[in-house]
Design a protein around this ligand. Structure first.
Ligand code: UDP
Length: 194
């Protein structure tokens, strides 16, 4: 997978199926949770005025490029994007692959009840989908949440706290997370809960 840069931030210029393979990758030797972000027009704009967010985006394990605005920006830098990698398109495919590869999810974020509803709705659509837990995104104690996530045994964590909170939260806490991979997914649970 080619690694390119936009606005000083590295990203993987990749196809959706390779992105999903990366999320579901299960390496015995892996010692820490891998973190992936979606670079979209909103997060890039925020990062232009927020140096902490900018360095956080630079410090992820993988960034995907999300949206047609980003495609145009990439073209201006002479980069032809292989795919539009966004959470909404990724989630259904990720659920299918998660069932096949026996991954499990914890959903963190959105208003009370929304993550749970999204989980239930996904479980109806994808038979055998293993959702280990859900929690809303308006919590005070990181410790309690991290304990719940780790206790659940979920291998994939989806964090929907909005930008920049979700990216900063993951960067701060990833060393304490036992899951294999965590993605920052913005308003995703709101779309999948109805
Ligand atoms: N959110 C949250 N905790 C917060 C702030 C936001 O769980 O402290 C949730 C919010 O309920 C929504 C999601 O984050 O479900 C994304 O919010 P928004 O659409 O503002 O962010 P974006 O997708 O533009 O990054």
């Amino acid at each position: 997978q080619a690694e390119s840069h936009m606005f000083g931030i590295p990203f993987a210029n990749t196809k959706m199926h390779d992105a999903i393979d990366w999320v579901c990758q299960n390496e015995q030797s892996q010692t820490k949770c891998r973190v992936g972000y979606f670079l979209n027009v909103n997060s890039i704009n925020l990062a232009a005025n927020n140096i902490e967010l900018h360095s956080t985006l630079c410090g992820s394990d993988k960034n995907f490029v999300d949206g047609s605005g980003m495609r145009i920006a990439a073209q201006h830098s002479g980069i032809d994007l292989a795919d539009n990698i966004n959470g909404t398109d990724m989630l259904p495919l990720l659920c299918e692959q998660a069932v096949q590869t026996k991954q499990s999810f914890f959903l963190l974020g959105a208003k009370e009840g929304v993550a749970q509803k999204a989980g239930e709705s996904l479980q109806k659509q994808y038979v055998g989908l293993d959702i280990r837990g859900a929690h809303h995104g308006y919590f005070n104690s990181d410790d309690d949440i991290i304990e719940q996530i780790n206790q659940s045994g979920a291998t994939i964590l989806l964090v929907a706290l909005g930008s920049p909170r979700q990216e900063l939260w993951l960067a701060k806490n990833k060393h304490r997370l036992n899951c294999q991979c965590a993605l920052a997914v913005g308003g995703l649970f709101d779309f999948f809960s109805g």
